[in-house]
Design a binder for this molecule. Structure first.
Ligand code: ZN
Length: 142
């Protein structure tokens, strides 16, 4: 599947200290009515929570890291699930020693400071539905 889009608005966002990273992204998407787009961010976290998808079990396992981290890279996309914008993002976070941890972004990442850029895409909004092979909510092919 390949779809074509054109660039829409670009949003530069300074997230609030103490807010949940993923929930903040979702709130911005709802406020600005962004249904398709790409996301990138750098910054720092007061707590890190990521998930890993165990392919054999078709199940996500969450792992919480209770220290302070740099957001070395966050990259993701925005589309629709159940009619609402949803951000699918992966994050790499570094600790005081420079060691990096990464995974699927889930709720529980507490913002220390975060500079987020959302690039809106104009075109048909993709919706996520359950993919039987992977067990993941992948983009519908229609
Ligand atoms: Zn993922």
């Amino acid at each position: 599947m390949i779809k074509e889009y054109t660039s829409g608005k670009t949003y530069i966002c300074k997230l609030k200290h103490g807010d949940d990273l993923l929930e903040s992204i979702h709130a911005i998407c709802k406020e600005k009515d962004i249904t398709m787009g790409s996301v990138q961010a750098i910054g720092a976290l007061q707590a890190l929570n990521i998930a890993y998808y165990e392919q054999n079990e078709k199940k996500y396992y969450e792992k919480a890291f209770n220290s302070h981290y740099e957001i070395l890279a966050l990259i993701g996309n925005i589309s629709l699930k159940d009619g609402s914008p949803i951000c699918h993002a992966h994050i790499v976070a570094g600790d005081a020693d420079g060691a990096a941890f990464g995974g699927h972004l889930v709720k529980g990442c507490v913002v220390f400071a975060c500079e987020l850029i959302i690039s809106e895409l104009k075109g048909p909004a993709l919706s996520r539905g359950l993919d039987a092979i992977t067990g993941l909510p992948l983009w519908d092919d229609a």
